[in-house]
Design a protein around this ligand. Structure first.
Ligand code: DGJ
Length: 741
């Protein structure tokens, strides 16, 4: 009897300890029970636990502990789980439906035999060093009853505290399985209260924040617009834990789905007061039929956790984006002159040749030809016709684009061009030739967005066509240096003449889009491309793998833009944001330019209409910009004074070595003669070093009120602050901060 017990114990112990197999840099573990998997970054740990029943749960996501053995002690410190959780799977690493899970699932299926239950148990896990500082974990879960499995992937970026999480769903049942829900990830957080900061908007009103305390039940952030998916709501959000985080204090999680189509993020506060965050492709109108052995790979859910407020989370995310995600994130960008607001559709070759001269005169790197250069049978002279017919319009451009590219070269500038290759006007030759390439319901009236429809990128022939639009441009004009990729319509009447299963349409559209973008990048790996969607209707980190920059909004009124750029700055680095100086807004050219300089600077004005001083100002400002742009693009962003909380908004970008910074200050509310009554506290400098501040981007003939002879310690600038002397006569002030010793 005693002997049997002993043997049983030894066997149990054997099972308890992971069997470690080391193969080709990958550590593979199996048969583990009662085991924790801590996935650690510089500051945090996301900890999974495998229990006796082989359930895999999230037992912790928070600050890293010095002693890894103590993670296992965390659950017992809470008196929430155990008998209180009648499901026992509230904190499942990937919650399934139809068995014990009764809360919102991450995955929900109908098996080949019609059964709706899924129960995922631990099978194995492995860990792989992808590159220095980047570790990828995989946890394999299988249903004990059905031949159905999910691999959970966690790509952990140690220094940036960033995790990308996604799932691969697969089965080998005797027929097809329908995935009713197929999220990328779910997280499980514990805190004394959760505050959600979410965003909504519309054309020219992007990124409006709203913060609210999460109450019990589900809050869903989602989109069903198909293309231009973020027009109403982007997938980026923040959740503060314990209390609303401020710029420099509090615990806050930033989340975003790396996906350009329909997404869905559920935030569910459960009966134990814990928060489950489930994010993935929107299952709206999209039950997915998965064949045996086919892999369904979800997009990555991206998150970063900060214990030092929103500012730190942003800087971590920006570093991550520049190093790992954004195309050419560490590279240079081109300043430009765009002709959209200068000409709209009304231009011809000679007008453009003048604009090329203006590009040179202004001192920017590139001329960007916008909408209106193409289509002949139905000329693109407005937004009602021509989309899809990507041949140069012979009346406007009798000698084609190549003449303009050459002419740009003669003027010592580069040439870029606008396209909107996913779209078609019903009034176009493309529509006439290929009505079956268009997304529309065969038996219903067409419904338009900006007089246009979307091409069916689920169809490989359409993918080839869209690739061809770009490829032809480059083949004919190898010196073409820039593409602005627009996308103005949402998807109405979602239906593909190509697909047999219409439930796959939204997913296949996105797969088609990424296939095209991958193909473009395989052939043209470095050419800069702007991701535009009638404004910021599409920016996300899946798209930014293929684009060097995005267009935050068509709203270029600098006052509005301060607010819009401020919100985008939480999630995207300045190097990715294309900002153009236009005639929107009542502010002087200096104010407009200063705002646009907080990112990638461009102009969309009639240079010849500028008076002498304004032109001189722009030329000098561009030179100033060249001197500090690397700090804005590659440095650390510190938001110093919020436009929502104070009459003067301030932001600074500090070089990584802390030796220089650029500080932007704007009057955003001029009522009652407001200005910078208080000094603005700088951040990110070295307390013990000495700095000099001087004003740049000065309007010709205006003397600065800033005494650049004075020096200040970093401590003074960060504890007491510096007054940029903003007032109704000095509505925007840009300061260069330089270490003197
Ligand atoms: C919408 C874009 O946001 C604008 O900048 C411009 O390119 C127009 N489309 C052109 O139609």
């Amino acid at each position: 009897m005693v002997k049997t017990k002993k043997v049983k114990r030894i066997l149990l112990d054997l099972h308890r300890w992971a069997l470690l197999v080391v193969c080709a840099g990958m550590n593979v573990y199996t048969f583990a029970q009662d085991q924790v998997i801590p996935m650690e970054t510089a500051s945090n740990a996301l900890v999974l636990k495998i229990d006796q029943k082989k359930d895999v749960s999230i037992i912790y996501y928070g600050k890293k502990l010095a002693n890894r053995n103590e993670y296992d002690l965390i659950p017992q410190a809470y008196k929430q789980l155990g008998d209180g959780d009648y499901t026992q799977v509230l904190n499942a690493a990937y919650s399934s439906s139809g068995s014990r899970g009764l809360m919102e699932p991450a995955v929900s299926v109908t098996h080949a035999d019609g059964n709706n239950s899924l129960d995922l148990r631990y099978t194995s896990h492995d860990q792989q060093q992808i590159s220095p500082g980047v570790t990828q974990y995989r946890v394999l879960l299988k249903d004990p009853v059905y031949n159905f499995e999910v691999s959970l992937y966690y790509k952990v970026f140690a220094a940036q505290d960033v995790i990308e999480q996604w799932s691969v769903i697969k089965h080998n049942e005797k027929g097809n399985v329908v995935l009713n829900k197929f999220a990328s990830a779910n997280l499980y957080l514990k805190a004394d209260g959760f505050w959600l900061n979410q965003y909504h908007g519309d054309w020219a009103k992007e990124m409006q924040p709203e913060e609210s305390k999460l109450t019990h039940g589900i809050k869903t952030l989602d989109t069903k617009l198909g293309t231009r998916a973020n027009l109403f709501q982007p997938s980026v959000f923040m959740v503060s834990l314990g209390k609303p985080a401020s710029e420099d204090e509090g615990t806050v999680l930033y989340g975003a789905l790396e996906y350009s189509g329909n997404f869905r993020t559920d935030l569910e506060l459960d009966f134990q007061n814990n928060l489950r965050i489930i994010s993935g492709i929107n299952n709206y109108a999209s039950p997915y039929t998965l064949k045996p052995a086919e892999e369904f790979v979800t997009p990555a859910f991206l998150y970063v956790l900060s214990h030092q407020g929103k500012g730190y989370a942003s800087r971590q995310l920006h570093d991550w984006a520049r190093s790992y995600k954004l195309l050419d994130g560490q590279g240079d960008r081109l300043t430009l002159l765009n002709n959209w607001e200068a000409t709209y559709f009304d231009f011809n070759e000679s007008k453009l040749k003048e604009l090329l001269k203006d590009t040179k005169k202004l001192g920017v790197d590139l001329f960007l030809l916008d909408d209106g250069w193409f289509a002949n049978k139905y000329p693109r002279n407005g937004d009602t016709a021509g989309l899809g017919d990507w041949q140069e319009n012979k009346t406007k451009l009798p000698n084609g684009i190549s003449t303009l590219v050459k002419e740009a070269g003669n003027n010592g500038v580069k040439f870029g061009i606008w396209v909107e290759p996913e779209m078609v006007n019903p009034k176009s030759e493309l529509y006439e030739k290929h009505p079956d390439w268009v997304v529309k319901q065969p038996a219903r009236a067409e419904h338009y967005f900006r007089n246009q429809l979307v091409l069916d990128l689920a169809n490989p022939q359409v993918q080839d066509f869209v690739f061809g639009v770009i490829d032809n441009l480059f083949t004919k004009n190898p010196d073409l240096a820039y593409i602005k990729w627009d996308c103005n319509a949402v998807i109405f009447n979602a239906h593909s003449a190509y697909l047999k299963n219409q439930s796959h349409f939204f997913i296949e559209y996105m797969r088609g889009l990424y296939t095209v973008l991958k193909k473009i990048r395989a052939k043209y790996p470095t050419v800069p491309m702007m991701l535009c969607s009638g404004g910021g209707g599409r920016v996300d980190y899946a798209a930014l793998q293929y684009f060097t920059e995005y267009w935050p909004s068509d709203n270029t009124d600098p006052l509005e833009r301060i607010f819009i750029q401020w919100e985008y700055s939480y999630f995207y680095p300045a190097v990715a944001g294309a900002n153009h100086v236009t005639d929107w807004g009542k502010q002087p050219i200096k104010y407009r330019t200063d705002v646009a300089m907080m990112g990638k600077l461009g102009f969309d004005i009639v240079v010849s209409h500028l008076n002498e001083k304004d032109l001189l100002y722009c030329q000098n400002a561009i030179k100033d910009y060249q001197s500090f742009k690397q700090i804005v693009w590659k440095g650390d962003l510190y938001r110093l004074a919020s436009p929502r909380e104070s009459a003067v908004a301030s932001l600074s970008y500090v070089s990584k070595d802390r030796s220089s910074a650029v500080m932007f200050n704007y009057l955003v509310n001029s009522r009652y003669g407001q200005g910078s009554s208080y000094p603005v506290k700088l951040k990110g400098l070295e307390a013990a070093s000495t700095y000099r501040l001087s004003e740049i981007s000065l309007y010709p003939g205006v003397n600065s009120l800033i005494d650049s002879q004075k020096v200040y310690s970093g401590q003074f600038l960060m504890e007491i602050g510096f007054n940029p002397l903003v007032n109704s006569g000095r509505t925007s002030v840009v300061l260069k901060v330089e270490k003197v010793k």
